[in-house]
Design a protein around this ligand. Sequence first.
Ligand code: FAD
Length: 414
Amino acid sequence: MAHADVLIAGGGPAGSSLAFALARAGVRVRVADRARFPRPKPCAEYLSPEASRILADMGALELIEQTGAAALTGIHVRAPNGKVIRGDFIASHGFRGFRDRGLSVRRETLDAILLDRARAAGAQVSEETRVTDVVRGNNGRVIGVHTLVNGERGEIRAPIVIGADGLRSVIAKRLGLAQTQRWPRRLALVTHYANVRDVGEHGEMHVERDGYVGIADVGNGLTTVALVVPASRSRELSADRAAFLHQWLLSKPHLATRFAAAERATPVVATGPFASHARRAWSPGAALVGDAADFFDPFTGEGIYSALRGGELLASTVLDALASASERSRNEAFIEYDRVRKKEFGGKWIVEKAIGAVVGAAPLINRAAKSLSARKDLADLLIGVTGDFVPAREVIRLGYLWSVFGPSNSQPSE
Ligand SMILES: Cc1cc2nc3c(=O)[nH]c(=O)nc-3n(C[C@H](O)[C@H](O)[C@H](O)COP(=O)(O)OP(=O)(O)OC[C@H]3O[C@@H](n4cnc5c(N)ncnc54)[C@H](O)[C@@H]3O)c2cc1C
């Protein structure tokens, strides 16, 4: 039986960010991940300009850029009616991120660097260590986790356990905190292609009536391609993922020409359905962070930033909890964590839900694209919100929504 002050299940961006911050503060922290790094992770691999602030703080930004990661100057969103919303990170609204560009980098590369930074700060990392359940004390409080390593069962004891184990978090399930949302239910297929034509400095989202695809230069001659379709297509998709994805791309004339000579460079990985949101992000002795707590719709490209930022926020809660003399004050620290999360992410959750709904309804995305393609100032604001440096309130104002969806913009768009 091994011991630590804090046991973190999961060494993705959330777990690494938290482990880094705690280890830097002198806490004995242990990360257990079921994978051996570097490992792939289905993702469109875009990092918002503000994510670079946390990467820089972790000493990871330069290392990531040295691997040949691509810089993105904004995002283009093409609606089913062919209208394109063009948003740039440098814009007239005056808000500026930590950097004026986003990053696009393979998750294999990114996550391994982040975990290494946590290790360098002093975190103990156990790879190929699957967490299977929580261990509870007599009063029901979480006091550790059960593990499986090479088929052997074990236990790691720690006064604080963190679930940073992603979308299908075992910790969230065992604590009864996981809540799968019924809608939208979507699946994703993700891969990399070489020789895609006309991939520029913008990330691209192409919304079609039967799904959407994210396309971006991910450096080193590769283009990341992440297709998201309704979960109702799971049977067709499981027969031959690669063929399904390629056919989907070729069935869209504006993409078919660009993918005509493209060659797939990595296996197609599938994931989903992925709408989930924990009721609350803690239980006595344990807390959740990153996707384990809330999953952001891939369309917004905010998951990695939120995981990194969540790690930062949770670190100060954990330090307070470790310094607390009583069970009650420990719990109060976690109640405060829930409050801080809502303050930090509440606006984003609203924007994310709204975008998820608009993207799933062709008339709505067509109408939004019609307005936003004619009003670059509004498009820049929206892209800035998803870039994590423009406050969400800028686009959840009535005036903004009226400009995008109001009657003057409501002529039929297809
Ligand atoms: C199709 C798709 C596209 C996306 N595109 C983007 C994008 O472009 N930009 C963006 O910012 N976000 C994107 N996201 C979201 C982003 O991938 C996640 O929000 C982000 O990875 C969350 O980080 P995390 O650390 O919480 O979880 P993860 O990155 O999932 O890490 C969880 C870790 O826990 C480990 N683990 C899981 N179970 C166990 C267990 N039982 N025991 C031990 N270890 C375990 C896993 O091996 C993994 O290393 C996308 C998501 C999807 C599905």
